[in-house]
Design a protein around this ligand. Structure first.
Ligand SMILES: Cc1cc2nc3c(=O)[nH]c(=O)nc-3n(C[C@H](O)[C@H](O)[C@H](O)COP(=O)(O)OP(=O)(O)OC[C@H]3O[C@@H](n4cnc5c(N)ncnc54)[C@H](O)[C@@H]3O)c2cc1C
Length: 248
């Protein structure tokens, strides 16, 4: 599900994207249940994409083919191979198939697609909020948000149920040391109350503390907590277009 409230998507409609193939060049296990794959397109070149976009991977299961979206976790400026990262899901046969793939294997996909994007450095303070692998689209967005040497404050509040699920932590901490306008806050929170706690942080800092409502929010994660946070911000006075989200 992507945000129907986002501005017009910069990418063409899915039907206009050709089916492509990619070879797996590298596999990296962040931890036991979370993996990255680096993919190199073998049929043509990967079309231009904006930070935050995803590819739709064709997954040929015995019980029937399915298509699942995976966000591009690397930046367009890094070229190919490009990275996706994903975690195991209870009863998730599609992602289990991805975990069985090995270097040298090929897979089919379409894309990149998506309206949950950030294509140029923002003009207003920007807050990224992600949980677990929901950081995948946020990572290239944060990098693009910081592309200008000077600019507005950029925050990343990144929560996970276990410390090992906080992906790219060293990288975000390094950027925060190098770029004073980037504030990185990793949080380990119980899964059951993760979104409640994120809601409390947002309420205290960006709703109760002042009357400023010119900030951008980008929220990504699994389940209804994403929508609850979106609704809290919009009800609190932020414009629809200032609160962007992607719910998995
Ligand atoms: C736009 C978009 C981008 C996405 N990008 C990524 C990505 O970069 N990395 C990634 O791991 N997943 C991503 N997903 C989720 C992914 O497409 C699959 O849904 C997921 O891998 C499970 O697929 P499945 O076929 O195994 O199980 P499904 O039958 O599709 O899902 C089973 C259940 O797991 C839930 N679920 C989906 N994703 C997750 C998750 N990551 N963690 C826990 N529960 C989940 C679903 O809501 C559903 O209830 C994205 C989804 C969308 C809509």
């Amino acid at each position: 599900m992507t945000d129907a409230g986002n501005p017009a998507p910069p990418a063409p409609a899915p039907a206009r994207r050709p089916a492509l193939r990619a070879r797996i060049e590298r596999v990296y296990d962040h931890c036991a249940d979370t993996r990255s794959l680096w993919l190199r397109t073998t049929s043509g070149a990967l079309p231009r994409f904006a930070p935050g976009m995803f590819i739709s991977i064709a997954i040929p299961l015995a019980e029937g083919a399915r298509v699942r979206p995976y966000s591009i976790a690397s930046s367009a400026e890094d070229g190919e191979p490009f990275e996706i990262c994903f975690n195991r899901v209870p009863n998730g046969a599609g992602v289990a198939w991805l975990f069985e793939r090995e270097p040298g294997d090929e897979l089919g996909f379409t894309g990149p697609f998506g309206a949950f994007t950030l294509d140029r450095p923002p003009e207003a303070e920007t807050i990224f909020i992600a949980e677990n692998t929901g950081v995948a689209p946020i990572r290239p967005m944060a990098r693009r948000a910081l592309a200008d040497r000077d600019g507005v404050p950029i925050h990343l509040i990144y929560a996970a149920d276990r410390a090992e699920h906080l992906l790219y932590r060293d990288e975000f901490e390094r950027i925060a040391r190098e770029r004073p306008r980037f504030r990185f806050e990793p949080r380990v929170l119980p899964a059951a109350t993760l979104w409640d706690e994120l809601g409390r942080i947002v309420q205290t800092r960006w709703l109760d503390a002042d009357a400023v409502r010119i900030r951008n929010f980008y929220i990504c994660g699994v389940g209804k907590g994403v929508l609850a946070l979106r609704d809290r911000l919009r009800a609190g006075g932020y414009e629809r277009r200032s609160v962007r989200y992607e719910q998995w």
